[in-house]
Write a protein that binds this ligand. Sequence first.
Ligand SMILES: C[S@@+](CC[C@H](N)C(=O)[O-])C[C@H]1O[C@@H](n2cnc3c(N)ncnc32)[C@H](O)[C@@H]1O
Length: 353
Amino acid sequence: MRKIDPQQVFDTPCKPSGLKGPESCCKGRPPSASSCMGTDFLQEMAGDVLSGMTGSVKSIPSKYLYDAYGSSLFDRICTLPEYYLTRTELEILERNAHRIMEFFTKGEGSLVEIGSGSDLKIRSLLKGLSRQGASQVRYVPVDISETSLLRSAHRLLSDFPWLSINAVAADFTRGIRHLPDGPKLIAFLGGTFGNFTHEQGVDLLKGFARSMNGRDRMLLGIDMLKPPGIIEAAYNDRSGVTAEFNRNILRHVNSKLRADFRPDDFEHLAFFDPNKEQVEMHLKARLQIRTHISEAGLSVCLKPGETILTEISRKFSRDRAMACFDQAGLVPVRWFSDADAWFSLVELAARAG
Ligand SMILES: C[S@@+](CC[C@H](N)C(=O)[O-])C[C@H]1O[C@@H](n2cnc3c(N)ncnc32)[C@H](O)[C@@H]1O
């Protein structure tokens, strides 16, 4: 897997884009939007797929699960009975929104959401704002999936018409230049942090830590270790939505990189590895497969039973999470959890000095 260059997290130039949201979503003022994902995106995707599919374990980075269809499938996953993550994190957010959003009573600031996805969770935080806080907050969602980003921003504006929104379409592992300068609360929710290896995750957090001043905070969602049966069920739902989501990565590669994968030739495979303390999601070839990925200039062969790794999802103990924070130069200020300690929201500050 590609190593993340933490320096680049905030250094790649962004250009204002002509992004337009679905007009019908919001009759009022549109959100301002900018994109860091020009023509380079296809080249980067081709490079990522080339290196992933020629590695010793074939893989495609999980961020390519999310095109417009992938994002809509993920939204459906969040409503499934087996997927405890969303409802547990939402419950913690709702219970603690007032305390978390006190951040904005101290003066103007930005609520930056990394990998924002749907507007479900941020709504509960916005509802926790005091009247004074509401007048001082600016919302900056950042996501790789432009359609989903804009749809969520328009939906939010129709329900929170006073809110100032600056939506940024960007790959946060490559560069988000215009993270706001002033005070900011960076929300990184949904367990997305668990999609990175320990080294990648620490590099990513280091990049955020470097951008944080004394008053800034990060609100990080992490999924905790729990009985493996509960974890595995969340990634193997009975209605097959996660399997469809997993196979969508191949549709995305087909459409962007002119490849000829047949998604139905692959079986969805998701299991918890107790040694690595992570879920691995794979696509397993049902038969001998030969495919060509034109934009990557690559022909690939898979034997029956061979797999493509599409996502890891790490599960944390407190100690393991603390080791990541410590190595990244972050210190926990408050730790919010549910009664079963299945999920944690950790408020972090940059370590002084
Ligand atoms: C697991 S979902 C979580 C969504 C939402 N935060 C939640 O809590 O439900 C991951 C989100 O991060 C976005 N994402 C994944 N990798 C990304 C990347 N490298 N850059 C920007 N967005 C990314 C996806 O499009 C998706 O919306």
